[in-house]
Design a binder for this molecule. Structure first.
Ligand SMILES: *[C@@H]1O[C@H](CO)[C@@H](O)[C@H](O)[C@H]1NC(C)=O
Ligand SMILES: *[C@@H]1O[C@H](CO)[C@@H](O)[C@H](O)[C@H]1NC(C)=O
Length: 656
């Protein structure tokens, strides 16, 4: 009895001790978290404003792990966990399993199972998955649960991260290059490359797959280093576990920024720390195909002012499947300053070699970009006034071209890029993108900026209440002797249609009878879709214009035209030869508000869903009365309000 009592007391005391330990651990966790947050707050007074005042000096940096340094110091040994600071209390499940002796913190739901070097074999030496290894099959969960997990991973990351984790970190992608590429010879003395990869809350699988694919495909003699830059990620797996993992990768350095820099600032920081002759900026969710680096380096070596991109293949966000992009393509942007890759068919030439000739490109995407390091610095790096992300690749493109450089897509180089379903994190304010675009408009577009502002009214209103400070960009432009936007439009990108935006003949196309605006539900993309009506958006995305050729031009690039697809009005690619077919010609009668199709002499009429054909008001909805679908139609001209239109300018012509 007493023995039993003593045993119970002992057990109770032990329990108390454990509880105390647990509480202590929790308190420690809270305190360090607070301290860390406090530290951050002291350095960055207001989180939403922090990126307004970016300083690139190395003083702001914390280089936490440098694999070359640690390899030199400690050989292959794992650095002790205690050497890691604020994040040492983060427990990663696989780690906890390995060391059962310590009372493991409760496993959080949805935490990462991280593949640690040597975790499977119980040794400290790094052992990585090899090609074709299908990875962690035990994670596969049955049926609907699996579906739920996938859905939440899409919400968290913007792509199916569960599917991604099932794929090897070192999968090989199929050959997609033109066979003529295999015969290409590259110089032995190509310049060295620093691959700069910035990340912010990237998933483990995609980040490490990017790194491994670079290490596996880039020839050692050309790859100077891989620089991983952590742009203030919060996710636990990107802290000590990543530091440890990277410490065992030869030639990979991890640099952590203590403030949020955004993509441009982060890449500029990487450039400042890079030692290679050529910088290769790469998104943190890419996979390189065999032989991708050499053709890029060769083109840059031939002309140091040349900025080049591989053909960007696509990794599907749902299935993680690889999809090769049809060559030739080039990068362009439209009058809303949005970037696109577009097919770029060139006239067929006899020379079979022309199939693998690089294509000059008015702009390049931000996914992968190779640029000479000195040229990058002399042309002004990324615009330090640009916030977080958005449109920085367009700004760099205009600047490179206008200030003496050039851009091209190199077909024998291919890198696949994971296209997200949506951005994995929220921007601190919705206007970040517009503010970046305003900088482009004010710095580079001269009088053409009006065309942008009338297609992006949010930007217009922001611009009215605050001017961006582009003094530095202006003086850079002057000192580099950059050309104007007219030169860019006529020399680099002559295919971009220049809208006329005449008063009273451009803006939202408002229909009196339905109190709605002409709208294109197909979005900015494919031609051939039927026009429709929708509530007037006021954002500028329903902007169109009747130009002096009689065309009604639609879309942010102005490349689609109102066309009579039978009775219904649809959009087709505008004719490129002038004068255009009468099929594409319209006449606006100001007095009556009618828009008359010249070929058929019929009038544009808007129909709401369930509206009645040629019946006024629609009171007599008899059984046999035909109802129509919604849309824009060509009908015999009447004075019905459904045939009355106004072009409503959202932005005063003198604005901006
Ligand atoms: C690959 O991309 C093309 C267009 O670029 C698309 O039509 C096709 O459906 C895609 N294939 C797969 C398997 O996703
Ligand atoms: C704009 O920025 C420059 C340098 O970055 C600075 O000298 C100038 O005072 C700023 N102008 C305004 C109006 O803030």
């Amino acid at each position: 009895m007493r023995l039993w009592g003593r045993g119970r007391a002992l057990r109770q005391r032990m329990l108390c001790l454990w509880l105390l330990l647990l509480v202590l651990a929790l308190v420690m966790l809270g305190v360090t978290d607070l301290l860390y947050r406090d530290q951050n707050q002291r350095r960055v007074p207001s989180p939403s404003r922090s990126f307004h005042h970016r300083v690139h000096s190395p003083v702001d940096l914390e280089v936490i792990v440098d694999s070359r340094d640690s390899a030199a110091a400690g050989g292959l040994d794992l650095p002790p966990l205690t050497s890691l600071q604020e994040d040492q209390l983060l427990i990663v499940p696989s780690f906890a399993q390995r060391s059962r002796a310590t009372p493991a913190a409760p496993q959080k739901k949805g935490t990462y199972r991280v593949l640690l070097p040597g975790a499977n074999k119980g040794t400290a030496a790094p052992t990585f998955l090899t090609h074709g290894d299908k990875g962690k099959s035990p994670r596969v969960k049955p049926g609907s649960l699996q579906k739920d997990v996938e859905v939440s991973s899409v919400q968290k990351y913007g792509f199916n991260e569960v599917a991604s984790e099932r794929i090897s970190l070192r999968r090989g992608l199929p050959e997609a290059r033109n066979p003529a590429c295999m015969g290409e010879q590259y110089s032995e003395s190509l310049p060295s490359a620093s691959v700069v990869i910035c990340f912010h809350n990237e998933a483990w699988s995609t980040l490490l797959r990017t790194v491994h694919s670079v290490l596996d495909t880039a020839p050692k003699q050309h790859l100077r280093e891989v620089l991983l830059l952590d742009d203030l990620s919060q996710h636990g797996h990107l802290k000590s576990v990543l530091s440890e993992y990277v410490a065992h990768l030869d030639g990979v350095r991890l640099i952590r920024s203590t403030k949020r820099l955004g993509i441009g600032g982060c890449r500029s920081l990487g450039a400042a720390r890079a030692a290679g002759e050529v910088l290769v900026f790469m998104d943190s969710h890419c996979e390189c195909l065999k032989g991708w680096l050499e053709p890029l380096l060769e083109r840059v070596a031939q002309d140091r002012t040349r900025v080049v991109s591989p053909v960007m293949d696509v990794i599907d966000w749902q299935t993680l499947r690889y999809n090769a992009t049809q060559w030739p393509v080039r990068g362009v942007f439209d009058w809303r300053l949005d970037f696109h890759w577009e097919p770029y068919p060139r006239p067929k030439e006899k020379d079979s070699n022309s199939a693998i000739q690089p294509v000059r490109s008015p702009a390049l995407g931000g996914g992968v970009l190779a640029i000479d390091r000195h040229f990058f610095q002399s042309v002004g790096a990324y615009d330090p006034g640009m916030l977080l992300l958005g449109a920085e690749q367009i700004e760099l493109s205009i600047r490179v071209w206008s200030c003496g450089g050039s851009m091209e897509v190199v077909p024998c180089s291919r890198v696949a890029h994971l296209n997200h379903h949506h951005l994995p994190y929220l921007l601190p304010d919705q206007e970040v993108l517009q503010r970046n675009k305003i900088r482009i408009a004010d710095t580079w577009m001269d009088a053409y900026r009006k065309i942008y502002y009338s297609r992006d009214t949010l930007a217009h209103f922001i611009r009215q209440s605050e001017s961006p400070n582009v003094t530095e960009q202006e003086s850079l432009k002057k000192s580099l002797g950059c050309r104007n936007f007219h030169w860019f439009l006529t020399t680099v990108y002559p295919e971009l249609y220049i809208p006329q935006d005449r008063p009273a003949l451009s803006g939202e196309l408002y229909n009196v009878g339905t109190s709605s605006c002409a709208d294109y539900p197909g979005g900015k993309g494919q031609p051939g879709g039927a026009m429709n009506i929708a509530p007037c958006s006021g954002t500028g995305n329903q902007h169109c214009e009747l130009n002096s050729m009689g065309e009604v031009r639609w879309g942010p690039a102005g490349a689609l035209c109102f066309d009579s697809g039978g009775e219904k009005v649809a959009l087709s690619p505008c004719p490129t030869h002038q004068p255009s077919d009468s099929r594409f010609q319209w006449k606006y009668i100001k007095l009556s508000g009618q828009l008359v199709h010249q070929q058929s002499q019929l009038c544009l009429e808007a129909m709401k869903e369930g509206g009645l054909l040629h019946s006024d008001g629609g009171q007599e909805r008899g059984v046999n009365t035909p109802t129509t679908e919604k849309g824009l139609f060509l009908r015999p001209c009447t004075h019905h309000p459904r045939q009355q239109w106004h072009f409503e300018q959202l932005v005063a012509p003198k604005g901006a």
